[in-house]
Design a protein around this ligand. Structure first.
Ligand SMILES: Cc1ncc(COP(=O)(O)O)c(C=O)c1O
Length: 363
């Protein structure tokens, strides 16, 4: 019997066919021809100055409030150096982005999870955790959360910033999926609700391509300066070639049409994922995201993600380890489904295999 072709519901990667390669070739040629020394020389660790200025204008802040780095994940690491001492408590949603957990732990932070609900973190649990642990930082992904796919409601956003103001907790808002909304109305960023309190991160890795490795931080100029010092001590200056290409591409007005193309590509993939779940696992508890890269499932009572992963692997369906997203345990029945890099046909096939794996484990 021939093996079924492998299907990967593992990491949240963009679709290869989404990359605007020709536009990037043209932008690269222009910046290297027009200002080769500025692009190829070392420079300030805050990022390629024209990109920093473009980001500031786009986001309605001063350039001194912006740092452009090699992707957004490393900004988390820089913030750990700049803001945390080993042993400091950091709150995250539970579940949360697994690589941030790795980063926080390797800096000696004690990570405490706040349960995530379909409309954002449980704010009563957040308040209790703040009172009990006196955390330095709350790391939160309010839009189309990785890994659950949840989006934080407006009411909870207001409560989060109110609590963090009241108890002097830094907020780190990680928003790489924010622009990828396929339905519904946008909620305000946490930063717009409390600009002095909230550090905001965005990234071009899901909008252009991971290969550009361009992410950015918006924050108070004093924090930006501290982070820039850590960045300088780490890599002198970030990858200006990528930042210059990104700047030229943005300056040419290519971001809005790219976002529309991404929505047109990904919305049917999300719909295919929902339909396949409704068809093959009608009793599954699935999140209902309106955008982003992820949908997640809570498996039926008594069915563990570890057993389902093994049963899925026998069907050449690869799943991420659901347990890794939970800072303090739990998640035994949690499955993340990143749908963007698969075609609707692959999604239907993959969810079908998942349903079979769940049936096998249920017995
Ligand atoms: C929530 C979240 N933050 C950060 C990142 C990393 O982004 P970057 O590629 O800009 O480092 C990801 C990537 O999957 C993510 O899901």
């Amino acid at each position: 019997m021939t093996e079924p072709t492998p299907i990967n519901f593992t990491r949240g990667v963009p679709a290869n066919e989404s990359f605007p390669a020709d536009e990037l070739i043209s932008a690269a040629t222009a910046v290297l021809k027009e200002q080769p020394a500025a692009v190829l020389q070392y420079g300030p660790a805050t990022g390629f100055a024209p990109l920093r200025e473009w980001l500031a204008q786009w986001q309605g802040v001063e350039p001194s409030q912006v740092l452009a780095a090699n992707g957004s994940l490393q900004i988390v690491e820089f913030l750990c150096f700049a803001l945390l001492q080993p042993g400091d408590v950091v709150l995250t949603e539970s579940p949360t982005y697994d690589r941030t957990l790795t980063m926080l732990r390797r800096h000696g932070a004690t990570v405490v999870g706040v349960p995530l609900e379909p409309d954002g973190p449980d704010v009563a649990a957040l308040e209790a955790a703040i009172r009990r642990h006196r955390p330095k930082l709350f790391y939160v992904i309010p839009d189309f959360q990785n890994p659950a796919g949840a989006t934080c409601s407006g009411a909870k956003r207001r409560r989060i910033v109110e609590l963090c103001e009241q108890h002097d907790v830094h907020v780190l808002e990680d928003a790489p999926y924010r622009l990828l909304r396929y339905a519904g109305a946008e909620e305000p960023t946490l930063r717009s609700l409390a600009p002095q309190r909230v550090l905001h991160m965005g990234s071009f890795t899901k909008l252009i391509a991971p290969g550009v490795r361009v992410g950015y931080l918006l924050g108070d100029p004093a924090v930006v300066a501290k982070v820039a010092k850590v960045a300088e001590d780490t890599y002198i200056s970030p990858g200006y070639v990528a930042q210059a290409i990104t700047w030229e591409w943005c300056r040419r007005g290519l971001l809005p049409p790219q976002v529309e193309r991404l929505k047109a590509l990904y919305a049917p993939r999300l719909a295919a994922c929902r339909q396949a779940i409704d068809r093959t696992m009608p009793d599954a508890q699935a999140t209902r995201p309106d955008g982003g890269f992820f949908l997640s499932l809570t498996l039926p009572e008594g069915v563990t993600t570890t057993a389902v992963r093994a049963a899925a692997a026998r069907r050449n369906l690869n799943l991420a380890d659901g347990l890794a997203f939970f800072p303090e345990g739990g998640g035994e029945r949690f499955v993340r489904l990143p749908f963007c890099a698969l075609t609707p046909e692959q999604i239907a096939d993959g969810v079908g295999r998942l349903a079979e794996a769940v049936r096998e484990v249920r017995g």
